[in-house]
Design a protein around this ligand. Structure first.
Ligand SMILES: N[C@@H](CCC(=O)N[C@@H](CS)C(=O)NCC(=O)O)C(=O)O
Length: 210
């Protein structure tokens, strides 16, 4: 199994977290997205969307999309409870959590947006809506689906745990904070999300964002 992977991407980190908790052996293929690695014809043949992560398994078969990879790897394991709510949370993560929290964090840290610009204010408001929704969901339960830890929690943890780096104060979201602590206490938990490297700064590299 190979993972085409960017160390500073929370979408990639979500997959690395599940792989670690499954005890799976795999080879990491580092993709320097701001070094132009996703802009090559070779990478487009692996994933025409030019994004990471991509799982290669078996050799020559490529699965892009972080949450598709999570669902595929978790199939038949305790990390995938037979409850359709799992799908609901993973779609919510991509549609609402990533653009709001992930998009804000990436653009602020790498200098693509200033905190007082309209796009930052819009993303910040959306992020607080997301956090309030999650806080209400988690107020009466230990984990997002069926009260047992699984891929829905892994998918949401990826970007929610770095909300503070986007300047989002988590203090009012008591249930979210409790859930983050429970996720971090799970057997085999790892956090190997790297900070953005220097070439991620606006104007410093080449990527689909520039
Ligand atoms: N929906 C995709 C989004 C993946 C994505 O946006 N990946 C970013 C890093 S977080 C990327 O690889 N961008 C490629 C580039 O900038 O060239 C998923 O969940 O896998």
């Amino acid at each position: 199994m190979k993972l085409y992977d960017y160390a500073a991407s929370a979408n990639c980190y979500k997959v690395r977290l599940l792989l670690a908790q499954l005890g799976a052996e795999y080879e990491r293929i580092p993709i320097d997205i701001f070094g132009g690695d996703t802009l090559t014809d070779e990478f487009a043949a692996i994933n025409p969307a030019r994004s990471t992560p991509v799982l290669e398994h078996p050799p020559g078969h490529y699965l892009p999309e972080s949450n598709a990879i999570l669902l595929h790897l978790a199939e038949g394991t305790p990390f995938f409870p037979r409850d359709p709510q799992v799908y609901r949370w993973l779609f919510f993560e991509q549609a609402d959590v990533v653009p709001a929290i992930g998009g804000l964090r990436f653009r602020l840290i790498t200098g693509r947006l200033q905190p007082d610009e309209p796009d930052a204010l819009r993303r910040r408001a959306a992020a607080h809506d997301v956090l309030a929704l999650l806080d209400a969901q988690l107020a009466a339960r230990q984990f997002l689906v069926g009260n047992s830890y699984g891929v829905a929690d892994i998918g949401l943890y990826g970007y929610v745990h770095v909300a503070g780096e986007a300047g989002l104060e988590l203090e009012p979201y008591t249930a979210v904070r409790g859930w983050l602590t429970r996720v971090e206490a799970q057997p085999g938990f790892v956090n190997d999300l790297d900070p953005y490297p220097a070439n991620a700064t606006a104007g410093a590299g080449r990527s689909i964002y520039d």
